[in-house]
Ligand binder design. Sequence first.
Ligand SMILES: C[S@@+](CC[C@H](N)C(=O)[O-])C[C@H]1O[C@@H](n2cnc3c(N)ncnc32)[C@H](O)[C@@H]1O
Length: 265
Amino acid sequence: MRERVRVPELLGARARGDNNVEDRFLTQLQLRNGVYKMTERHRFDDTLDATVSHANRIGAHRVLDVACSSGISTLELATALGTREVHGTDLTIEATYLERDGLGWLVDADDRVLQVDHPQWAMTWSPGKRELATHPGRVAHSLLLRALRRGLRSFARTQVSLISSEVAAASVEIHEEDAFEPTVKGPFELVRVANFMNIFYFSRRELLALRDAVVSRLADGGVLFVVRTHHDRSNHGSYFERRGSRMVELDRVGAGSEVRELITR
Ligand SMILES: C[S@@+](CC[C@H](N)C(=O)[O-])C[C@H]1O[C@@H](n2cnc3c(N)ncnc32)[C@H](O)[C@@H]1O
């Protein structure tokens, strides 16, 4: 298992323009709702031609990438689409780093710990079997550090953007938003939902609520692309068209979307 990136290492790498460390940090980060920030460059390269061709067919002007993580694949989508208005949204795009005596706590907007940093290592808020098997001492120590934070009053505070530095410098607009309660106004002619509406992450009821929230921002005649990347890096997704209150599957990538029955019901 690769060592987790400590926040001071992330900030140092950003100052040097080292994207690899930033990529690794964001990939390892897990939000408190259990969803990983996990993303990767070139993840959707094999789907871009089909996505661009749908966008051209319907003359899409406004494009939305829901749950876009660091925004790196949103930037790749925007580059492939050319001159269109591209927005990305994600639940958490800013975190705060609390530091004291060489120890650090990365917390979300609700002050919940995402990562604990010790001078030599970092630990996620949700250590699993792998961490317990390889570093049981660190797991115990990190739990103690989480408890210790509650008793401490003063920290040095640093804002930590969870958006890739490359995206921050580009024309793509990234907004903080809960996909269950959207605030970025539609309509959008093209919406992509990648590695988010997964059966593994949400209950059927939650997936249906997400479907309704996503469709409510899709223009009539607009296209929704729901896709999931498997461990072997292959993409499986479906393109759907909104026809009034109905969603119709148009075509598929790989085996199609695992939630297509929920989208078209
Ligand atoms: C596995 S990543 C997928 C990132 C990117 N779409 C991709 O495929 O590379 C899932 C993303 O969903 C975001 N997320 C989790 N819960 C969310 C919510 N309720 N609303 C919006 N985004 C959410 C996470 O912050 C994370 O960036």
